[in-house]
Design a protein around this ligand. Structure first.
Ligand SMILES: [Zn+2]
Length: 73
């Protein structure tokens, strides 16, 4: 029996291979090592979307403070 190749993506967020089951966004036009589609896994896509919403929302004045709050553990 021919088993289907496991379909992977290369997540740009965490820079690692993920199963497409974990993929949230898969780019049709970008490939890693020419065969692995680039994308974002679920966790990273949510972080990206959160960051987009955050950036759209934040003024330049509050941006730095908020970034420190978000990443300053
Ligand atoms: Zn990821």
């Amino acid at each position: 029996m021919v088993k289907e190749m496991p379909t992977m993506i290369f997540c740009l967020g965490c820079s690692s291979y993920k199963s497409q089951l974990e993929a949230k966004i898969i780019f049709k036009t970008g490939f890693y090592k020419t065969t692995i589609p680039l994308g974002y896994c679920t966790a990273c896509s949510e972080a990206e979307l959160a960051m987009d919403a955050f950036l759209a929302d934040a003024s330049a004045a509050t941006l730095e403070a908020s970034l420190l709050q978000a990443y300053g553990h």
